[in-house]
Design a protein around this ligand. Sequence first.
Ligand code: R5P
Length: 312
Amino acid sequence: MSNLSVFSGSSNPELAMEIAKCLGTGLGKLELRKFADGENYANYLESVRGKDIYLVQSTCSPQNDNLMELLIMIDAARRAAADTITCVIPYYGYGKQDRKANDREPITAKLVAKLLEAAGADTVLTMDLHADQLQGFFDIRADFLYASGPLTEYFMKKKLSDIIVVAPDVGSSKRARAYAKKFGAELAIVDKRRPKPNESEVVNLIGDAGGKTCLIVDDEINTGGTVVNAAEALIRNGAKEVYVMASHGVFASNAIERLEKSPVKEVIITNSIPYRGGSKKVTVVSIAKLFAGAIGAMHDKKSLAQILRGGK
Ligand code: R5P
């Protein structure tokens, strides 16, 4: 594709490489390093003047470094006269702080959107935000993909029967309903409470999981508490087996160990965040084709409707 260049930040070079390959191009040459005092540095080693450039960077852990690196990459590209700068952010970090749940709290999801714009980004392409309402936080052009296309494609190949899709909390019930529709399956909802941040407990299960193959779907697995508690509740309620499917495998603290010890049979995630866990329970499904398809359509100024809808 002429005039298009894909560059990778440090967070997910494997996915960036895969996306570039799907687009029939390689990664552009970019030097990323740190000064002795820890400040980030970015330098394009090829001309970006007049080009449409796509910067692939998940703002996953270490979030602050990855975000700052992306901002610096945008700044360097703007100063090097790139024509358009699209931030390809498969995992949008700081997205969970999306409202004031208590007095005097920040809304970081909006702050990051403003930072990207201030640095000089023209467009953002991201996937499965914590809540769809976050789309309104972007005042520049932004497109939002869904991992459900590649994830359901993988799961359908298993040809499992008696599936019930489970929302692990009320907030994910809309997403779970969309998955249930795809599988022609029933829907169950877990009534989850968070006594404090990073802790969750199941209060109630709405739906009948008895004898069923349960598929818990969520946007992300962070500490693993939500899905492990839900899986245990499902087994207590007579479920045959439990699968978990999440767009983003954040896997903070001892999440992998927790999942290993849990009754969950398989955990299916995407490569929006590089998986370095080593658990045999975890299957990683690639989203490279999804992103390459979207980038190709954006670049050719073609409709993205099919790609966006196809995934939901
Ligand atoms: C919560 O609203 C989200 O959709 C996820 O359920 C949550 O981020 C998972 O967190 P954890 O794995 O720490 O329970």
